[in-house]
Design a protein around this ligand. Structure first.
Ligand code: HEM
Length: 309
C-alpha cells in the first residue's frame, strides 16, 4: 500500500463516493484495471462522424455542401447548449450571462465568417444539378434554427411582420405559432397552400415548437435579461451583437449563396423549398429582431440593409 498522502486521500474520497451509492470500490478498481485506454478516435466517435456524409449524387461538390450544413448544425447545437445553461441556471449572475453570450457570439461569428465555403466553394454547374436530387428538402427545415429563435425571444417577435399588429405577447402560443414568419414565407398567398417543404417540416417539429414556445414563454434570453439585468450596459451591448449576427449578418451571408447559385437572367431559379426566396430571405423584409427595445427607431427602420449589395 502506498504511503503517498495524495493517493491515500484520493482512495478515501473514492471509497466515500461508492459507499454513498452502496457500491464496492474494489470492484470498480478491478474494472479500471481491465478497461482499455481511451483513444482519440473513440472519444469523438470519429468513424461514426465520417460515415454521416451520404451524397445523393456522384457530384464531388455535394460532399462539401453536406459537410458545411452539418458543421452549421453543430454550431447551432452549441448556441442552444449555452442558452439552456442560462435558462436553467438557478441564480443567474451577470458574469455568467455575459460569458455565455460571448460564446454564442463567437459561434455565430464563425458561421458568418465561413459562409464563403458555400458562396465560393461550389461549382455552380454541379450545384444546380445535385440540388435536383435533394427536392423538396431545404435548410428552411432546420429545426435547430427555429429553436434558437424560440429560446431567444418572445414568440410575438417571430410573428410575420403583417400579423404583428393583430396579435400581442398575451395571445396564446398556438395563435402566435400559427403566424410565425416562416410559415407565411412558405405558403402561397393566393391559395393558402403550404409548400411540401413546410408540410413535412411541420409534421416533424410543430409539437416540439409549441412545447418549447410554452416552456420559454417566461424564460427566453429576452425575458432573462429584462428580469435580471435590465440596466446592464454590457449585457445590452452583447445582446445587440448577438441579435445583429443572428438576424442580419448570418441571413445576409446565407442570402449571398442563394444569389450566387439561383440568380439567372432573365428569371431566377426556383428554391428547393419553394419559397419566393428573393422576397423571403432578405432580413430587411422579415425584420426579425430578438431584442427590439435595444434598437432605436432609425436602426429598426434600416434593419438588414447593411452590406446588402
Ligand atoms: C449553396 C448554399 C445554399 C443555398 C443556395 C441556400 C438557399 C436557400 C433558400 C433559397 C432558402 C429559402 C427557403 C427555400 O425556399 O428553400 C433557404 C433557407 C434556409 N437555409 Fe439555405 N441555402 C444554402 C446553404 C445553407 C446552409 C449551409 C445552411 C445551414 C444550415 C442553410 C440554412 C437555411 C435556413 C436556416 C433557412 C431558413 C431561413 C429563414 O427562415 O429565414 N442554408 N436557403
Amino acid at each position: 500500500m502506498s504511503n503517498d498522502p495524495v493517493l491515500q486521500e484520493q482512495i478515501q474520497k473514492l471509497r466515500q463516493k461508492y459507499a454513498a451509492m452502496g457500491q464496492d470500490l474494489s470492484s470498480y478498481l478491478d474494472g479500471l484495471l481491465y478497461s482499455d485506454y481511451l483513444t482519440y478516435w473513440d472519444y469523438i466517435h470519429l468513424d461514426t462522424l465520417l460515415s454521416l456524409q451520404t451524397p445523393k449524387t456522384s457530384f464531388k461538390d455535394e460532399k462539401v455542401f453536406i459537410v458545411y450544413h452539418q458543421i452549421t448544425e453543430l454550431y447551432f447545437n452549441l448556441v442552444l447548449w449555452e442558452i439552456q445553461q442560462l435558462v436553467d441556471h438557478p441564480h443567474l449572475e451577470e458574469n455568467f450571462f455575459c460569458t455565455r453570450l460571448d460564446r454564442m457570439i463567437r459561434y455565430f461569428q464563425q458561421l458568418v465568417g465561413s459562409f464563403e465555403i458555400m458562396v465560393l466553394g461550389l461549382e455552380k454547374e454541379q450545384f444546380l444539378k445535385f440540388r435536383m436530387s435533394l427536392l423538396p428538402s431545404s435548410g428552411f427545415q432546420s429545426g435547430q434554427y427555429r429553436l434558437i429563435e424560440i429560446c431567444s425571444t418572445d414568440l410575438i417577435n417571430l410573428v410575420s411582420a403583417k400579423d404583428r399588429q393583430t396579435l400581442t405577447e398575451q395571445s396564446s402560443i398556438e395563435e402566435q405559432i400559427e403566424k410565425m414568419y416562416w410559415r407565411s414565407g412558405a405558403t402561397e398567398l393566393a391559395t393558402g397552400k403550404k409548400t411540401l417543404t413546410l408540410q413535412q417540416f411541420e409534421e416533424k417539429y410543430m409539437g416540439q415548437f409549441k412545447e418549447m414556445g410554452d416552456k420559454h414563454r417566461d424564460k427566453n434570453l429576452r425575458k432573462l435579461y429584462l428580469k435580471h439585468f435590465p440596466d446592464s450596459k454590457e449585457v445590452k451591448s452583447k445582446l445587440r451583437h448577438f441579435d445583429e449576427l443572428a438576424n442580419v449578418r448570418w441571413p445576409l451571408a446565407h442570402m449571398k449563396s442563394a444569389a450566387q447559385y439561383l440568380k439567372k437572367d432573365p428569371e431566377d431559379i426556383k428554391a428547393t423549398g419553394g419559397t419566393n426566396w428573393q422576397k423571403y430571405l432578405p432580413p430587411r423584409f422579415q425584420k426579425i429582431i430578438f431584442f427590439p427595445e435595444l434598437w432605436d427607431e432609425q436602426e429598426k427602420l434600416e434593419w438588414g440593409r447593411a452590406g446588402l449589395n
